[in-house]
Ligand binder design. Structure first.
Ligand SMILES: [Ca+2]
Ligand SMILES: [Ca+2]
Ligand SMILES: [Ca+2]
Length: 179
């Protein structure tokens, strides 16, 4: 859900103006009735799956340790990096991001924003847990996923070639004897 602009009919800042502020005016983002947002990457303007080398965002209103985090996954769905967001108190703005600079690629990012949820404007999932929303997603340009053959494929291909080579050698040998 995207927050409405000030002056529009429904409430700005999801109806929680004493908890949230924007980093870039005016809009904020939240999952609806969930604290989990999964980000997948595509080649710009297409449905082609892609990977990126960097991703970050601004969290708003992180008030409790260890409930707000980013998890980065590579193209094989392996977790490559995870980090909790720093607490900056009521209405605070927290930047959290990661850069893949050792040859790995980021295929998916799971954003966990607090423990509470926003069900609709002005309505929380429960009255107690930390509610956190998002602003300003930043990322490097997604590029097309490069699938490298798995090692077993290489091994099978190699064994296949070896068998072919042996058969060919045998046949040549037989032919040699006939001559
Ligand atoms: Ca708050
Ligand atoms: Ca914004
Ligand atoms: Ca909060």
């Amino acid at each position: 859900m995207v927050s409405t602009n000030a002056g529009e009919s429904s409430s700005a800042l999801f109806g929680f103006s004493s908890d949230f502020q924007t980093f870039s005016a005016q809009r904020l983002f939240t999952a609806i009735d969930s604290s989990i947002t999964d980000v997948n990457f595509f080649v710009p303007g297409t449905n082609t799956a892609a990977t990126t080398s960097a991703f970050g965002l601004i969290f708003v209103d992180v008030e409790v340790e260890n409930l707000t985090k980013l998890e980065f996954f590579d193209q094989n769905y392996a977790l490559i990096f995870s980090r909790n967001a720093s607490v900056f108190g009521n209405q605070g703005l927290t930047f959290l991001g990661g850069v893949a600079n050792a040859g790995e690629r980021i295929s998916r990012v799971r954003i966990t924003s607090g423990q509470n949820t926003i069900v609709s404007n002005g309505r929380l999932g429960n009255p107690n847990d930390d509610v956190v929303v998002m602003d300003d997603f930043l990322y490097a340009e997604p590029v097309q996923l490069q699938r490298v053959p798995e090692p077993p494929t290489f091994a099978l291909l190699f064994l296949g070639l070896l068998a072919l080579f042996n058969r060919r050698r045998l046949r040549l040998g037989k032919f040699g004897r006939n001559v």
